[in-house]
Design a protein around this ligand. Structure first.
Ligand code: ZN
Ligand code: ZN
Length: 168
């Protein structure tokens, strides 16, 4: 049993995370289980980059953005990056009715030592037609042609600017 990629942190980072195995951590989400909160989804997306599971990255992005993602480029990026670990800086699990934010550092090796992507990501909980609620990543790099006053891309029925637009 190997340690889940999302539970690995560089030696310079102190963390209280237990070293859960992949089987006990991200694998169930990669197989089909709905992540119960934004932090779990963030962790499982990081692990999916490390393990090169681009389909999981696509499937956990807001459905309206999925067709605009390039899964080959996602796979290539995951492969070209020499990942060094993940640190969750802060998880804000409930922002308004359906949003959450996760601040994290994704570490990678470079010729000049370990560096980090430090990001604050937005997530939205969407209830599908089977009444199951799932968390999705709101990808700020995807160009959406929706205007601020149009209905939101998440299907909430609210105006974009009052909903996911606040997290892009
Ligand atoms: Zn994990
Ligand atoms: Zn929305």
């Amino acid at each position: 049993m190997s340690v889940c990629p999302c539970r690995i942190t560089p030696p310079s980072v102190s963390t209280q995370d237990s070293s859960a195995s992949y089987e006990d951590c991200c694998q169930p989400y990669h197989e089909s289980l709905a992540a119960p909160d934004a932090e779990r989804l963030m962790r499982s997306r990081y692990s999916a980059f490390v393990l090169q599971l681009p389909d999981y990255i696509v499937k956990t992005t807001v459905p309206a953005q999925q067709a605009l993602l390039d899964s080959d480029a996602i796979a290539q990026w995951g492969k070209d990056t020499d990942w060094a670990g993940l640190e969750i800086v802060q998880h804000r699990p409930k922002l308004g009715k359906r949003h959450a934010q996760v601040e994290f550092k994704a570490y990678f090796h470079t010729d000049n030592g370990v560096q980090a992507h430090h990001e604050l990501s937005g997530f939205v909980k969407i209830t599908d037609k089977d009444k199951q609620a799932r968390w999705y990543f709101i990808d700020p790099t995807v160009r959406m042609t929706v205007s601020q006053k149009q209905p939101c891309i998440c299907g909430s029925g609210e105006k974009f600017k009052r909903c996911c637009g606040m997290y892009l």
